[in-house]
Write a protein that binds this ligand. Structure first.
Ligand SMILES: Nc1ncnc2c1ncn2[C@@H]1O[C@H](COP(=O)(O)OP(=O)(O)OP(=O)(O)O)[C@@H](O)[C@H]1O
Length: 387
């Protein structure tokens, strides 16, 4: 969708901002550009919509050399979100958001409805914000309007320069999640510049790590963290890249272990005897169909009056995640519930539990699987301690 062929940019004062850059962004892909200040990220992006032009090489959008296209028409196909946002000061939030749909010929009421939907999505209640002017917003709110406005236009390509920079960390994470969900559903191709390595790792299908004027590594976040191309990249992504990998490594069915289980229709005392024999102090409670019902402690089971079933004593289980979420999320749930494990579900089917030891093992397996180029399930460790 976007292709750079040996692109260089030398500014008139002689500064070489970008030097012989070649890479490609597939349709529907979200690529993050990350690197230290002044390394050429913004220049790279501005060459896509011709806000600046290459000195040599070619930039192709959908197979067409941007230099052969009319800049105004080119920019209509390419959304642009910048940190300073660039909202129209004399227009309300709603009109700002509806600008492009209105320009491209939508009926006014339809454009405004769409704008309201998107404002809501980025966490700005239209009832409160629609009629305000940009000057009446905080920096973070302005940024959110900028993101809503870019999405309202539904462009096939979106360029974003630090779009979430001015938003506080809690709102940022929500906004990032909502943004990527919309981006995936619309199939938008995105180039996103960021200083924040976490953001680059979490959002990018692929990430480009910049050194001065060039890309040092272009790969999936898991590969960049697992196999940095050189010392520079390793240092840039940080000594805690193992931790960062938690964000990009999914919980797989093979990561879970089988916990002690009690069936909900089982008699409580019988279940207690079974658990005692096994040396277990608690059990996951499943209904006869194998669905998660909750959990129960040995003490409650053992002291239950005769005839009680496990179901009557089971407690609700908050510590669970769907299979496929990042390990980081599973770890977060574990900490949030102060639990030594977290249940993993596939739809409403219980797969098993993820323990801290299993989580560590999953992380190590993912590093090894990248290094050896084999699927994670095929990486063998003799024991967790070896891992
Ligand atoms: N119009 C210009 N004229 C001359 N030099 C420029 C111009 N714009 C940018 N540069 C220089 O080109 C280099 C790359 O700048 P660019 O803005 O692309 O970097 P960046 O990676 O986006 O930086 P930051 O993360 O700080 O935004 C820098 O050395 C910058 O000073």
């Amino acid at each position: 969708m976007i292709r750079f062929e040996e692109v260089s940019k030398r500014y008139p004062d002689g500064t070489v901002a970008v030097d012989g850059l070649s890479f490609e962004v597939e349709r529907g892909e979200l690529v993050t550009l990350v690197g230290p200040s002044g390394c050429g990220k913004t220049t790279t992006m501005m060459m896509v919509n011709r806000l600046t032009e290459p000195t040599s090489g070619r930039v192709l959008v959908d197979g067409e050399d941007v230099m052969a296209l009319d800049p105004v028409r080119l920019r209509r196909r390419i959304g642009y979100v910048i940190q300073q946002v660039g909202l129209f000061p004399h227009r309300t939030v709603l009109d700002n958001t509806a600008t492009v749909p209105a320009l491209t010929g939508w009926r006014r009421s339809r454009a405004r409805d769409r704008a309201k939907e998107l404002l809501e999505l980025v966490g700005l209640d239209p009832a409160e914000f629609a009629d305000r002017y940009p000057a009446q917003l905080s920096g973070g709110e302005r940024q959110r309007v900028g993101v809503a406005r870019a999405l309202a236009a539904d462009p096939p390509v979106l360029l974003m320069d630090e779009p979430f920079g001015a938003v506080d960390p809690v709102v940022r994470e929500r906004l990032q999640n909502e943004f990527t969900a919309i981006q995936r559903s619309l199939g938008t191709t995105v180039l996103l510049v960021t200083h924040d390595i976490e953001e680059a790792v979490r959002l990018g299908d692929r990430m480009a790590v910049y050194g001065r004027g060039r890309i040092e590594q272009y790969d999936s976040p898991a590969a960049v963290l697992g196999r940095p191309a050189d010392g520079y990249v390793a240092e840039f992504v940080g000594a805690d890249r193992g931790l960062k990998r938690l964000s990009v490594t999914a919980v797989e069915p093979g990561d879970v272990e089988e916990p002690p289980v009690a069936r909900s229709d089982e008699e409580a005392r019988r279940a207690a005897a079974r658990l005692r024999e096994r040396g277990a102090r608690w059990a996951v409670v499943l209904d006869p169909g194998g669905h998660l019902h909750g959990w129960v402690g040995l003490e409650e089971l053992g002291s239950a009056p005769e005839g009680r079933t496990v179901r009557e004593l089971a407690r609700r289980m908050g510590a669970w995640v769907p299979v496929g979420v990042p390990l980081k999320q599973a770890f977060g749930v574990m900490l949030q519930h102060d639990a030594g494990w977290v249940a993993v579900l596939d739809g409403d089917r219980f797969l098993g539990v993820l323990t801290p030891a299993k989580l560590h093992e999953a992380l190590r397996r993912s590093v090894e699987s990248d290094a050896k180029g084999v699927p994670r399930g095929e990486v063998a460790f003799d024991s967790v301690t070896d891992a």
